[in-house]
Write a protein that binds this ligand. Structure first.
Ligand SMILES: Nc1nc2c(ncn2[C@@H]2O[C@H](COP(=O)(O)O[C@H]3[C@@H](O)[C@H](n4cnc5c(=O)[nH]c(N)nc54)O[C@@H]3COP(=O)(O)O)[C@@H](O)[C@H]2O)c(=O)[nH]1
Length: 649
């Protein structure tokens, strides 16, 4: 607009000239009328006609002149406007180029820099002159160069018009610069390449965030070790490599023994500290080509790649056990731990992560079950056991809902007069597929899952109800002994369960005996003492089961005010042939007598044992010699037979 302003005076001057011409023509017209009319003798009309013609012609000429002038003027104006617009466009483009938040450059088809804006200089860390002295190839990352040149070549050959890519560049200091590039090729009117126009956005922050997210997705936050996802990836690679090289892969599943106790007693920060130290220690046990991963909690995974001699797996397992067997100092605590290891091997035990880990897990379970601090290779036999284990574990909850449990009762005999003084209630499971299962098959699993609590409540309730029914059926009053698990003391409300079982059934507490294991008495002693005191005050009897196999401490016998010791059947069974067992049984009976406790021997299978126990003044006995555990109805029959036999005698 500033350049258009001087056109106006020229325009009005031109109009003034034209109007002057018209005025002159009019004047000439008038003079013509006067001269022709007066001098040459034209008649007035003819003179007027001539003048009118003259004037009209003048006016027409003036109009044409004016129009032509206006058109000429407009042409000149539009040319100037185009020029002005062009200049304006260039100015805008330059401003955009210079001030763009994107790095921009003009690069010759031969890759030399023709121009570069401030942002690009800043992204790459160059002064403008320095950058313009470079070639575009100089700032490309060597690893990206071949692809990037190929893409640019495609623009030159017309195979592509434009491309976007994420590429690495090199900054002036040699650091990697991640950028999003949008590249176009500008051509002239004949389609000949003029220059490349790359627009470059620094995406370093985004890449950093992506890398961080990626790292977290594949690593354990506490130890920095690969997590399960990355372990799977590494195992897949190790298996692919081993398959090409005809070698093996060892998968070692580690689980720390009794780690929970450290967490529970010293707190989670100490537990975490120990896990970190163990992770560091494990790193030193294997080659850099092997993988140590943390699967969570106290579980680790070692992947031994390219195993040529399988012996190496045992060697590493032993090394790991020995190394982790040392003392770790964590927050001022000296901690010792041990580890159980389950091992599966590619290709024998599986070909993928899931099957190898599953088998290593099965072997780990076996290692735990066989006393911990050991390692076990997977065997097919373990698989059968694992399948059964899972079947039982999954079926237990349903068994409670479907009322699949039942109690059998084994008589307890007074050795002095041969009378039945009690029964032990022993649980069984009528499994829908596997038939009647003995407690040895499922009690430990029920303890592990916590289901022993509702199962124990069920046994208490049904044993009390049964005792009441027997009384109603006319049997003499006898004590019913119910086994309790340590887990019922830890996780359940045993006092409430007992009271409820007694109240609901109406059973006399004097005829209820609770069989406790020694492990119950050594856990949370003060709390257990209080509970047992209250139960005893109700008239309930307490016996200690499997006596001799545990801590066998005299102090707790006194403190807990128990009524009876039950000598474990492992001593009773062989006491006739094994002097040591005989001595242990004798010592337990003597100790019980001196503490004024009743004593019962379990596992009595023959008359010789009965005679020996009677001779040593053992109070009671239980075993196959008298009767096997039996169903409630069978017990009624058993008792009626006994009573009838006595009556006849
Ligand atoms: N927490 C709970 N534990 C329970 C419950 N019911 C049972 N159990 C525990 O299971 C253990 C195994 O019981 P079971 O398989 O029934 O075996 C008992 C007897 O059948 C067996 N026994 C008895 N006499 C003999 C014999 O002469 N020879 C021989 N080889 N075995 C015999 O001993 C088991 C009784 O042992 P105990 O309890 O130590 O007296 C069992 O030990 C219970 O701990 C339950 O409801 N809850």
């Amino acid at each position: 607009m500033t350049k258009a302003a001087p056109l106006l005076p020229a325009n009005s001057f031109r109009k003034q000239v034209i109007w002057a011409v018209i005025a002159a023509n009019l004047l000439v017209g008038l003079l013509t009328v006067l001269v022709l009319g007066n001098v040459h003798g034209f008649g007035v009309p003819a003179a007027i006609m001539t003048a009118v013609f003259f004037i009209s012609a003048s006016l027409l000429a003036a109009r044409l002149l004016l129009r032509a002038s206006a058109q000429q003027q407009a042409g000149r104006e539009s040319l100037a406007a185009v020029k002005q617009a062009q200049q304006e466009g260039e100015r805008r483009w330059r401003k955009m180029f210079d001030q763009s938040p994107l790095g921009a450059a003009i690069v010759a088809p031969g890759h030399g820099f023709l121009d570069a804006n401030e942002t690009l200089c800043r992204i790459l860390g160059y002064e403008r002159e320095e950058l313009l002295a470079k070639n575009f190839r100089d700032v490309m990352h060597p690893e990206e160069l071949p692809q990037e040149l190929e893409r640019m070549q495609r623009l030159l050959t017309g195979d592509a018009e434009h491309y976007n890519s994420e590429s690495r560049y090199l900054s002036q200091s040699g650091a990697d610069v991640w950028a999003q590039v949008s590249m176009s090729l500008v051509k002239d009117g004949n389609g000949q390449p003029l220059y490349f126009l790359p627009l470059i956005q620094d995406i370093g922050m985004r890449k950093q965030a992506e890398e961080q997210i990626n790292y977290l997705a594949y690593h354990d936050a506490l130890t920095g070790l690969p997590n399960r996802q990355l372990a799977k990836d590494r195992l897949d690679h190790a298996v692919a490599y081993a398959s090409r090289e005809k070698s093996g892969v060892g998968v070692l599943h580690l689980d720390l023994d009794h780690f929970k106790a450290i967490n529970d007693t010293l707190g989670h920060p100490v537990g975490d500290g120990l896990i970190k130290k163990i992770a560091d220690t494990l790193r030193d046990c294997v080659r850099t080509t092997d993988t140590i991963a943390r699967l969570g909690g106290d579980e680790f995974l070692i992947i031994l790649a390219n195993v040529i001699d399988p012996e190496i797996i045992s060697t590493i397992a032993t090394k790991v056990q020995e190394t982790l067997g040392t003392t770790f100092k964590v927050q001022g605590h000296d901690l010792t731990t041990s580890v159980s290891i389950g091992i599966a091997v590619y290709p024998e035990d599986g070909k993928d992560f899931d099957s190898l880990l599953k088998k290593a897990d099965t072997a780990l379970y076996k290692a735990k079950a066989s006393g911990r601090n050991t390692y076990q290779f997977y065997t097919e036999q373990m698989n059968n056991e694992a399948v059964e284990y899972l079947k039982i574990r999954n079926g237990l909850r349903q068994a409670l809902i479907n009322d699949e449990f039942l109690l059998h009762y084994q008589p307890q005999i007074n050795l002095a007069d041969g009378k039945v003084v009690g029964v032990e209630a022993l649980i069984r499971w009528r499994h829908p597929e596997m038939g009647i299962l003995q407690p040895g098959r499922f009690i430990a699993i029920a303890e592990e899952s916590g289901l022993i609590v509702p199962m124990g409540d069920w046994a208490l309730k049904h044993a009390c109800q049964q005792a009441v029914e027997w009384r109603k059926a006319g049997l003499p009053p006898i004590v019913v002994a119910v086994n309790l698990s340590a887990i019922q003391f830890q996780r359940g409300d045993i006092e409430k369960s007992v009271v409820q079982a007694l109240n609901e059934s109406g059973h006399d507490p004097q005829y209820l005996e609770l069989e406790l294991t020694e492990s119950i008495l050594v856990q949370d002693i003060e709390k257990t003492l209080e509970i047992l005191k209250r139960l005893k005050s109700m008239g309930i009897k307490l016996s200690i089961d499997d006596f001799g196999t545990g801590y066998s401490s005299l102090s707790y016998l006194k403190r807990f005010d128990v009524d009876k010791l039950k000598i474990d059947q492992s001593f009773v069974r062989d006491m006739a042939s094994d002097k040591n067992d005989a001595a242990i049984v004798h010592a337990i009976i003597q100790m019980a007598r001196s503490l004024n406790l009743q004593v019962i021997a379990e596992g009595v299978e023959d008359e010789t044992l009965v005679a020996m126990l009677h001779g040593q003044h053992c109070d009671e006995a239980q075993g196959y010699h008298f009767a096997r555990p039996m169903a409630a109805a069978a017990f009624v029959e058993y008792m009626e037979n006994l009573i009838a036999a006595k009556a006849i005698a």
